[in-house]
Design a protein. Structure first.
Length: 275
């Protein structure tokens, strides 16, 4: 977030690792966890919603094909935006608060919940849903590629519940899926972060998505849309590897013994893929 929204004329960070070092040096190790309250509150509901919607959509479509995997994932991504957008708004605002300060001189928000409450009081529902359209544009295709890649990977690796290497295969499949999903829509994530950070400090720069794209490109060129990509990908692999592995291991233990055939996030579908 800090790399995505920093001022190009007076950049604070030269890259991912310099940003990491600077935060620890200037704000202590706790600076790396600013805004953690928002994901802690929201990610449980987001993941439950995503895997639930994806599984039920795939069941409703009836046939387990690559296209249906993409459609089911896209549906899940679109619906979870109602939680994801306010959650990421609070996270972004908290992460930008007190940049470069060891002890905050002015603290606008006590925590993520306080952040959302204050934004709501000042701007109403529209305020806490700032960046909703850009979040929707990012999440819908991103989750489609997410589940499609995972399905392809598990079938390619022969991910069977009886396999002694099933956990490493699940971790690899989930990690690769996370990277592909982020690469597919990353430029829109940059725009979303800039829109949600807009107005911090009382200065508003952008009138909307297109205006943000135009001004960002005009000031910094096409490289602006890859800002922070390295740190995002470094995060994406372990996070999504753990997510898919945890979901599937849980399902493996919860299913009846005769249903333990393939490690898929949708246990109700056991039709062969067209792949």
């Amino acid at each position: 977030v800090r790399l995505q929204v920093q001022n190009v004329e007076k950049p604070l960070y030269r890259g991912t690792f310099h940003c990491f070092q600077s935060i620890i040096k200037q704000e202590s190790a706790f600076g790396l966890y600013k805004g953690i309250g928002s994901p802690m509150m929201g990610l449980t509901f987001i993941n439950a919603l995503v895997f639930g919607v994806q599984g039920n959509t795939l069941r409703a479509l009836g046939e387990d094909t690559p296209l249906n995997q993409f459609v089911a994932g896209s549906a899940a991504g679109a619906i979870q935006c109602i939680i994801c957008c306010p959650m990421e708004l609070a996270k972004t605002r908290m992460q930008l608060q007190g940049t470069g300060e060891y002890k905050l001189k002015t603290k606008n928000y006590k925590n993520s919940l306080d952040c959302l409450i204050k934004i709501y009081r000042k701007e109403g529902l529209r305020g806490i849903n700032r960046g909703m359209v850009s979040t929707f544009i990012r999440e819908t295709p991103s989750f489609g590629f997410y589940f499609l890649t995972y399905d392809c990977m598990t079938r390619y690796l022969g991910c069977e519940a009886e396999d002694s290497y099933v956990i490493p295969k699940l971790l690899l499949s989930g990690g690769v899926s996370g990277i592909v999903s982020w690469l597919s829509t990353y430029p829109m994530d940059v725009i979303k972060s800039r829109l949600q950070a807009d107005g911090v400090g009382g200065v508003t720069q952008y009138d909307g998505i297109l205006d943000c794209v135009r001004k960002s490109y005009h000031e910094e060129g096409w490289r602006v849309f890859t800002r922070g990509l390295t740190s995002t990908l470094l995060r994406a692999f372990p996070v999504n590897a753990a997510t898919f592995a945890a979901v599937n291991v849980f399902l493996m233990y919860m299913r009846p013994e005769n249903n333990l055939h393939e490690c898929e996030p949708s246990p109700v579908i056991h039709q062969p893929s067209s792949l």
